[in-house]
Design a protein around this ligand. Structure first.
Ligand code: GBH
Length: 575
């Protein structure tokens, strides 16, 4: 079991810290807007909008709330502290809190941007994204938080780079915020040099430190202006052209980056954003969740448009930049491993395969074969768009490498009968227990994630066989830990389950390479830092480094952070 000599390993994250300056009030203080969203039944409507006011002391903020949050398991640390002080418990006899003013609170004003680690939505000319808008909608984020207060990385860019270096990694994957580079997003909209400069410097600093950058152009945070202007990802003509233009601006500005990923997990943008409605922009047929959306059609249209946009961005790179810059480009897809619920039942065996087709081959088949999987066409009919000849030519053959995000596995049981129009799994159900009662893996803080390293090896093999052994970079892999957020810091730092997760997953990967002949060239652990975990807010932590959100976003490497270098040293061949 071993890995090639030139194997890259490092960390992945969703977006870069950016400087914080513009949202200053007339008094020269920071002004942030954020929502605290409260879900317990005693509050109706279940939200409280919260506005940060001019700070009473420099580098701090205060805010006021129109309503009082009840006790809740998922509150921001600041809110929890406030509740602990016993203030504001004003429930009336009917069980409803009466409007009241939150006492002045202090919070850390050094925040960062795009979207999982940055914060500061208006900083340096950044335009809003669909995630800024989504987080304002009551009830969408578990702890009512947003990316407005994240990892405080602007003043710590250097610190973070030396952290990556000290952990021994030689690559780092991060995403750019499109709306920092073109705040309104479109091809005729102004370019924001301040945003570009920041990323250029970050790449320079990484390279100086001997760390190879992998840039993701879009990790879900579509400029909101495009969503408002023409429906964003739903627009088949405009969106790909605007993405192509944005990509060109970036390739030109950052020639030193040699590794490009167009999109992170288009499945999530399509299904979670336009079918389930759990992610921005939250469209769905479920009228309890959203007044707009059509789960039977929109996710398939969005997926199609993302593929075409990817194809356009790749074409531009290959024609205008690759000949001189010599880099490589691909798309990153998420997908879980599968096992048949009943291995004796051919229908379950088939469903286990179909589950991967609906999740991964939806995008990978067009990229490698120029067509959607037969199983999807069969179930979805004309709800799945057809490629025009021009679109097919853009998409087919558009990967220099396959970007693989992978976390977990499922047992799959087939369903019978006609699937409902909103079905996106492929007429099947996913389970954590098999027919014979085997469990897929231990619980974590993420309801969807249970470690199963053998599944990782299986899926690398599945992809390699289907797509003829392409170069693969694992662009995300990692785990949360059950109730990690509730533990004292000393225990959080002893993250044995995460150490074990990386140990078993990376060894499974090494076997896929040295024993099965798969062509995996790099591995990026998710994530360097605890960060904004999208709809799960800050409660779920994925970092190998603990971020203390209550104390100045200070970083403390966990045991898992230190475990990766010895692990890779033991596997990577020396000569
Ligand atoms: C990654 O996606 C993201 O790229 C990253 O930003 C994030 O921080 C990381 O996961 C950890 O969550 O809600 O039951 O419908 C991983 C793939 C696919 C995992 C969608 C969660 C939702 C399952 N994700 N899935 S469910």
């Amino acid at each position: 079991m071993s890995l090639p000599k030139d194997f890259l390993w490092g960390f992945a994250t969703a977006a870069l810290p950016l400087p914080f300056s513009s949202p200053l009030s007339p008094s020269g203080h920071l002004v942030l807007r954020m929502n605290i969203i409260l879900s317990p039944p005693c509050l109706d409507p279940p939200t409280a909008s919260c506005k940060l006011l001019a700070p009473p002391i420099p580098n701090s903020c205060s805010w006021e709330l129109p309503t009082i949050p009840p006790r809740s398991a998922h509150l921001l640390p600041e809110t929890r502290r406030w509740l602990a002080k016993g203030e504001g418990e004003t429930n009336d006899p009917g069980g409803r809190p009466s409007p009241s003013r939150l006492p002045v609170l202090e919070t850390n004003a050094n925040s960062f941007c795009s979207y999982q680690v940055e914060g500061s939505p208006e900083k340096d000319g950044r335009g809003p994204t669909i995630w800024d808008e989504f987080c304002k909608i009551p009830g969408k984020i578990a702890d009512g938080s947003s990316g407005a207060v994240a990892c405080d990385s602007y003043n710590r860019t250097a610190e973070d780079i030396s952290l990556i270096k000290s952990l021994g990694a030689n690559c780092y994957r991060f995403s750019l915020a499109w709306s920092r580079i073109i705040p309104l997003g479109g091809r005729n909209d102004p370019i924001n040099q301040a945003g570009i400069d920041h990323y250029v410097k970050f790449v320079d600093d990484l390279l100086e430190a001997g760390i190879t950058p992998f840039i993701t152009l879009l990790h879900w945070d579509v400029p909101d202006a495009l969503d408002k202007r023409y429906g964003g990802l739903l627009n088949r003509e405009e969106f790909p052209l605007d993405f192509e233009n944005y990509a060109r601006v970036v390739y030109k500005a950052i020639p030193k980056c040699k590794n490009w990923i167009t999109f992170n997990e288009p499945w999530c943008s399509s299904i979670l954003g336009y079918s389930v409605g759990a992610f921005a922009p939250g469209r769905t047929s479920n009228r309890d969740k959203s007044p707009v959306g059509d789960s039977s059609r929109e996710p398939w249209i969005v997926g199609h448009n993302l593929l075409v946009a990817h194809g356009r961005a790749v074409k531009v790179y290959r024609e205008e930049f690759k000949p001189t810059q010599g880099g490589q480009i691909g798309i990153t897809l998420n997908g879980d491993a599968t096992y048949p619920w009943d291995p004796e039942d051919p229908a379950d065996v088939e469903a286990a395969n179909r589950k991967i087709e609906f999740a991964i081959s939806w995008f990978a088949d067009p990229v490698y074969f120029g067509k959607y999987p037969d199983s999807m066409r069969k179930q979805l009919g004309d709800r799945l768009p057809e490629f025009t000849e021009e679109e097919r030519a853009l998409v087919q053959g558009s990967n220099d490498f396959y970007g693989m995000n992978h976390y977990t596995a499922n047992y799959v049981r087939h369903k019978t009968g006609t699937p409902p129009p909103e079905d996106y799994l492929g007429n099947l159900e996913t389970l954590f227990w098999s027919k014979s009662g085997e469990c897929i893996g231990p619980e974590t803080e993420s309801p969807w994630l249970r470690p199963n390293p053998q599944g990782f090896r299986n899926l690398i093999n599945w992809l390699s066989k289907r797509y003829n052994y392409p170069p693969i970079y694992v662009t995300e892999n990692g785990t949360s830990i059950l109730k990690e957020n509730d533990k004292p810091v000393e225990e959080i730092l002893e993250d044995t389950l995460r150490v074990e997760y990386f140990d078993t997953y990376v060894k499974a990967l090494a076997k896929a390479v040295s024993e099965d002949g798969c062509n995996v060239k790099g591995y990026m652990a998710w994530s360097l830092l605890d960060n904004f975990e999208w709809a799960e807010g800050y409660v779920t932590r994925f970092g190998v480094t603990y971020v203390d959100y209550e104390k100045d976003q200070k970083r403390f490497p966990k045991k898992s952070a230190q475990s990766l270098k010895p692990l890779f040293d033991s596997l990577i061949k020396k000569d």
